[in-house]
Design a protein around this ligand. Sequence first.
Ligand code: ACM
Length: 768
Amino acid sequence: MLSYCTSLRWVSPTLPRLLAVLVLASVLAPAKAGSVVPAPAESLAGEGSFRLLPSTRIVVPPGDVGARAAARSLAVLLASSTGLKLQVRSAEPGSPAAAIFFKRQAGLPPEGYRLEVSDRAITIAATTGAGLLYAAATLWQLVPLDADQRVAAIKVRDQPAYQWRGLMLDSARHFQQPEFVKRLIDAMALLKLNVLHWHLTDDQGWRLQIRRYPKLTSIGAFRVPAGRAAHADIDPSTHAPRRYGGYYSQATVRAIVAYAAQRHVLIVPEIDMPGHASAAIAAYPELGTVPVGAVPADWGIYDHVFNLSEATCEFLKHVLGEVIELFPGPYVHIGGDEVQTREWALSPQAQARAASLGLNDVAELRRYLIDRMARFLTAHRRRLVGWDEIIGPGLDRDALVMSWHGPDVALAAIGRGNDTVLSPWPTLYFDFLQSDAEDEPPGRVKTVTLQDVYGLDPRAPGLTPRDADHLWGVQANIWTEHMRTEERVWHATFPRAAALAELGWTAAALRDYPDFVARLEALLPRLRRLGVPYADSAFAVRLRRGADAGVAPGRVELYTESGNGEIHYTLDGTLPTAASPQYRDAIEIGAHAQLRADSFAAGEPLATPRRYVLDAAIAQRRSSRELELCSVGLPLALEIDSAAAGERPLVRLDIMNPCWIWRAVDLSTPHTLEAAVGPVPFNYQIGADADKIRVGDAHTASGELQVRLDGCDGEPLVSLPLAEAAPVGVSMLRAPLPVTRGVHDLCLRFARPGLDPMWAIDWVAIGE
Ligand code: ACM
């Protein structure tokens, strides 16, 4: 499906072409209704408009299955956004002239299309079914949401900058239902994303049914999650801790592949090898070098690797054989990332195997495997895809390299003559949080905002036009370690996927962040009507914190991360609407206030309204997310270990050093310190770095929360014993504070007897 090469046609346009692009860009309709994400290559506003009526027909060429599918998609999209239910008809003599026409036109770029809205008709033309579908996605965005659906006259000529516009979904760390995968594919197609790289196997789960090896899923697809709460959650049918997991049957996979193909999304399956293999080894111990036991629940990088005996290599070939039957696309991803060679080095069998293959070192087993799998895939007319660790001597020129270590590595791949897709860490790793708002769900704490994603320039410096043909596009990776619900996967993915789509589709000369955000504001209500639960992090109204991170009665400043939209607020507990007072400058808040605020564009809310209760007590209370971390070794937003069914408070901590600073606390009158604390499982495979973790000097067997004055080396102020805390859930600890004079920073750090569990502050407060 991706064998053509359209890439870069727009990346280095000749000067006249560039000027034409810029001139056309300047006539893009102002970013309201009428704006499109990703921005089209060329669009020219015309005179007049075409009015859509319930009687308007969508007309397709007789017998054109692809055009009918695109037309149906348009009908479904328009029904969701406008309520209009338009009918699809085959063209025939006497078809009404005022209709939406889908036509085939030879010679347009693959995936490209033309769309013309005049006061008489709407005409869509493309060579391929993908082009027709993408034209439908564009038209959907051009139709206003209001009752009077007049589509402003416009001419659009569009085609993608890059041929690979991908998302990687990690279904191994957490399993998503097939229905979710289909909905994700739907949402991808709307944004003209065309590759779903499906990460189906990893240490913590094997999610693909392989007929020849049933234990891969009967054993490998299930694990007991980390933490005491999960271990105490006994399954009455087994009298053992309930296992978490799931897998995709071959019938389900075939249905998803067909569903994706109809939406012009190519699925690239990944079977990760020789590392990230613990779940497979748990199912079939003979594949490993050391026993794994049950499917593990730690995140990070395990030492476990396939042993690469002849039998194991044959196993992998049989697995890929079934994968090829299921996924008709031209690419199979074999992982190849983060391979630890320690187990091989310690294994006489692995050493003997390396020697028998004539290898100089056990570490060369990795290359042996990749070469062997490349030969196997070539023989089956498939191309091998691997993470960029596969680059090395002798790498098959046909292998596609997924560059996650950045542009230098992409250039190295290209220099060797390999095609590559950019997927740089951390910018296109959607497990990083997208804002530092307190209500962001769990993830890696460094923030990768919408703007950060948008700001990535896929054109590696130093890329010659000849080499540029090897740069196939961009892909973002949704690693799901911290996304145990599908809602969280949606949240991490949208709207950052819209920024990604524009990197992949829209020529660099046409990309502009403020313009993108304004167009996105027009897209979001359409996504909302379709039920795509996107993150509103860039648009949610937030309070600007004072220097001490506190918010007290007084002057309060509001902002949104994107800076777009109008902020409206209420102080009487009612929900804000576009008619509520508009925020223009800092507002004065009395002794006790409840502030509700939201941002709006064209009268449509952009976010869920946020509510802030402001009073003196709040000024003396901080959540772990409002506190400063003492260090940024490996900072994560996690959950307190709590019963599976209940709420799990979100906490933010550096797992290398769970320690927080509370700035500028007034300690001059007698006070009590209250801390809501809870355990967080330590389930991280971080190798020798585990030795660097600060567990502190515990004075008691269970450890304690130690509070020091003016920094973490300062005078010990108070110590709250963890013996008084429950082993799961949130516990309250209290201790009187000695009176000191003035305002001080407090350092709050847990000292614990071992690595597991960690402890975290949910919130801390100073009371009378
Ligand atoms: C990767 O992030 N291990 C590809």
